[in-house]
Design a protein around this ligand. Structure first.
Ligand code: ADP
Ligand code: 5GP
Length: 179
């Protein structure tokens, strides 16, 4: 499980990790958030209405879910369990509340919290990404400060300063026998 504040670089690191380790299965989450330009249905998220999301909750089809700055996000249960049954390593990129729920269900899951080098750099990255309005960035930064307080709950904490270094730190956690 990879968790960390918005803009810290989770998506970037997950992409790099999957290029190097294509055998990892990345769970595709459901969300009520609108797609950003370039985001593809079924690849980045399953985009849906609030009604559709609530139906998934009712039908107990989500392994975990949480609200995040005004939208719902959740992990479809079936795909994750299917991969686990096949012995495939599953990667979840989710926020703090969801990570707690998964830790409860799967206490053996590896939990990594990604930290920014500084709050200022986090803001720079969110602004630099260019996908969110100024208001959305402020809401995400407020949430980030709350989330970072939960970092000590996580087994592993990695600072995403220099990308390659962070990537290698994550690889060392996921694949301890590699080096
Ligand atoms: P998240 O998925 O955590 O919200 P992203 O992966 O979208 O974050 O990264 C946010 C922005 O920061 C992107 O523009 C990305 O290119 C940039 N970024 C990610 N990692 C680094 C890094 N180690 N150093 C500098 N910029 C980074
Ligand atoms: P974004 O809108 O930037 O794609 O995601 C916002 C936050 O929601 C990020 O912290 C991301 O990790 C988290 N998130 C994405 N998918 C899920 C999910 O399935 N469950 C939970 N709990 N959080 C998720």
């Amino acid at each position: 499980m990879l968790t960390g504040p918005s803009g810290v670089g989770k998506g970037t690191l997950v992409r790099a990790l999957r290029e190097r380790h294509p055998e990892l299965f990345l769970s595709v989450s459901a969300t009520t958030r609108s797609p950003r330009p370039g985001e593809v249905e079924g690849e980045h998220y399953y985009f849906m209405t609030l009604e559709q999301f609530e139906a998934l909750i009712q039908q107990k089809e989500l392994l975990e879910y949480a609200q995040y700055v005004g939208n719902y996000y959740g992990t479809p249960r079936a795909a994750v369990l299917e991969k686990m049954d096949q012995g495939v390593d599953v990667l979840l990129e989710i926020e703090v509340e969801g990570a707690r729920q998964v830790a409860h269900t799967f206490p053996e899951a590896l939990r990594i919290f990604l930290l920014p080098p500084s709050e200022e750099e986090l803001k720079n990255r969110l602004v630099g990404r260019g996908t969110d309005t100024a208001e959305a960035i402020e809401r995400r930064l407020t949430r980030a400060k709350q989330e970072i307080r939960y970092a000590p709950e996580f087994t592993y904490r990695v600072v995403n300063g220099e990308l390659e270094q962070a990537l290698q730190a994550i690889e060392a956690i996921l694949f301890p026998l590699m080096r």
